[in-house]
Design a binder for this molecule. Structure first.
Ligand code: CP
Ligand code: NVA
Length: 304
């Protein structure tokens, strides 16, 4: 059977994505009930981090342990990846020793090149272009709080970044309408937008975009790697803060998500993460459960 990767959400069909999410909730409940699970016993996940992480690292590492396997943390600082060993050579070697590889890097092409040379599943744990693992957790969280997201209206407030691009993919695969409220010049990937024109609308006015929405989602104004743009971005995004006034324009049952880490007082007001509509803490925890389901799907090739 051909190796399956998870480089963007598009690597799974809508029915496979829903299967993974069903499984994620099942694994979550059995874990909470104290049931142990060793479906990945003796399996190893290599985790390559070229950018910082809290949630992604902890959730993948804890997830592998909870399923009976193990995870290896690899950083460019102390592997040959940081000293220029070709990506393809690293992929062949690492892939010959482990059962799956997770990569967080800058250039999405580093990930695709690694995957092309890999004999085992490769998972995108964030690139400059996409963050599909976060979308699994977000979709799981929405389902658990509100049921199916099909037909819902989701509003993205802020930068047209990796998270926003993944929301565009999700709009097509999970069949919802997405409004993107970003300052002019900070739109998401143009090709992606053009391919999703039936589901995604760019509305520069955040108030108009938030009105009657079922879910507001935001993210930092300057992503990892854009630190030197922080001041300029703070000016450009000043009108794009999610706060109780903006939330009040959304549907009365609307939820708020943020992939975290958050910058209170910038993209989100100080009171918003703990607002009654915020599900950010469940969203963060669901990284663990969604990725356990994803790891079983990719490594075992089936879910049971
Ligand atoms: N949301 C997310 O990916 O968080 P980390 O950067 O902490 O992994
Ligand atoms: N857009 C953010 C997401 C962090 C999880 C970044 O790339 O830094």
């Amino acid at each position: 059977m051909a190796v399956r990767h998870f480089l963007t959400l598009n690597d799974l069909s809508p029915s496979e994505l829903n299967q993974v999410l069903d499984h994620a909730s099942k694994v979550k409940h059995s874990w909470r009930n104290g049931e142990t699970r060793d479906t990945l016993k003796n399996r190893v996940l290599a985790m390559i981090f070229e950018k910082s992480s809290t949630r992604t690292r902890v959730s993948f590492e804890a997830g592998m342990t909870q399923l009976g396997g193990a995870a290896l943390f690899l950083s460019p600082r102390d592997t040959q990846l940081g000293r220029g060993e070709p990506i393809e050579d690293s992929s062949r070697v690492i892939g010959s020793m482990v059962d799956a590889v997770m990569i967080r890097t800058f250039d999405h092409q580093v990930l695709t090149r690694f995957a092309a040379a890999a004999a085992v599943p490769v998972i995108n744990a964030l690139t400059d272009d996409y963050h599909p693992c976060q979308l699994l957790a977000d979709m799981q969280t929405y389902r658990e709080h509100r049921g199916s997201i099909q037909g819902a209206t989701v509003t993205w407030i802020g930068d047209g970044n990796n998270m926003c691009n993944s929301y565009i993919n999700a709009a097509r695969l999970f069949d919802f309408q997405l409004r993107v409220a970003c300052p002019p010049g900070f739109e998401p990937n143009a090709e992606l937008l053009a391919g999703a024109s039936d589901r995604v609308t760019v509305i520069h006015d955040p108030k108009e975009a938030a009105r009657n929405s079922d879910l507001l989602v935001t993210d930092v104004w300057a992503s990892m790697g854009q630190e030197e743009e922080q001041a300029a971005r703070a000016l450009a995004f000043a009108d794009y803060q999610v706060n109780p006034e903006l939330m009040a324009l959304a549907h009365k049952d609307a939820l708020l998500m943020h992939c975290l880490p958050a910058h209170r007082g910038e993209e989100i007001s100080h009171d918003m993460l703990d607002h009654s509509r915020s599900v950010v803490w469940d969203e963060a925890e669901n990284r663990l459960h969604a990725q356990k389901a994803l790891l079983e799907f990719l490594i075992l090739g089936q879910l049971s």
